[in-house]
Design a protein around this ligand. Sequence first.
Ligand code: NAD
Length: 366
Amino acid sequence: MSQAPLAFVYDVLPSRVVFGIGSLDKLTEEIDRLGAHRALVLSTPEQRNQGRQIADRLGSRAVGLFDKAVMHVPIEIAEQAREQAKALGADCCVAVGGGSTTGLAKAIALVSTLPILAIPTTYAGSEMTPIWGLTEGGVKKTGRDPRVLPKTVLYDPTLTVSMPAMLSATSGMNSIAHCVEALYSKDANPVISMMAEEGIRALAQGLPVVVAEPANLEARSNALYGAWLAGMSLGAVGMALHHKLCHTLGGTFNLPHAETHTVVLPHATAYTAPAAQEAMSCIARALGARSPDRTLPAPELAAPALYDLAVSLGAPTSLAALGLKPADLDKAADIAVQNPYYNPRPITREGIRALLQDAFEGRRPL
Ligand code: NAD
């Protein structure tokens, strides 16, 4: 079979990554490297203690702790954090937490020149992207701006040990979704595709052990490594149907972020599969899904293997379990086809409605 000659664009995003068990010990060194002296530490209310510990580690290099980060960055919270950063004369933000806390740091960086040092504690991947989000009047706006890309990211798997098994499973599936869509992105390129496939492999290998033994640091390292690769993939290339659908379901019906990704991913993958066979082979290979004679990764097994992985992690598999009502499915399909966007397989109202029905019922894709 002949292939088209290679042609692609690859943008390198400038960030420094320090990865490994105990990398948090490098915190003050890394703050000094940024030339910062007055860090504002950010956390959610639930991770206030962790925020306090980070501030304690920073000692005189910390000027305060803002512990009100919440999901989807409401503009009111962003304004409060921006004012506090200004009032304290902060010269950098240290975000310790998941995508919600990193998102708050980004909201500050968007209107200032403050650099971000991110210390991720989930697998969301926001720390590797120049994508920001802000919610105003119930509507979430997102955009890309190089100013919001964290300058330094400290990945210490030790900090993910406290992540509950279910958040680990769903946050990990959210991360796999970034890799899956990177493989068939309109901007796909060979470098990011290598990272995305390796990201799926590392997460699929790490997550089952993480869920069974949350304190297993080898598995935690594997999963966080995969999450880093997934974040790189999300930051570098555009996403497609799956992310659009999850954005619609989260924004309009207030469904939980990581769980929604977990449920929708096998179905969005099954929908797209006929038009993205090469990507499906990569996904199947990364998940170890092989044809019956076990010689080749089987592209048709990519979507069911994603479903089986979610089941094996004990994660939710139906939108009904997340609280969506049958009457919401038509509205969700209408919104999802309102604005045209890229997907390898063209989007049709009928196709999306059927996909949503399958996801609602939690059927294993064929
Ligand atoms: P989250 O940040 O909302 O965290 C969920 C809850 O888990 C919070 O209460 C948090 O304090 C807690 N938590 C986090 N880490 C923990 C740990 N190690 N131990 C115990 N508790 C912990 O969840 P998330 O899934 O990481 O982020 C979701 C948000 O991130 C969404 O708003 C999403 O839109 C956004 N996001 C943005 C990007 C981007 O590139 N901009 C990428 C991915 C996600």
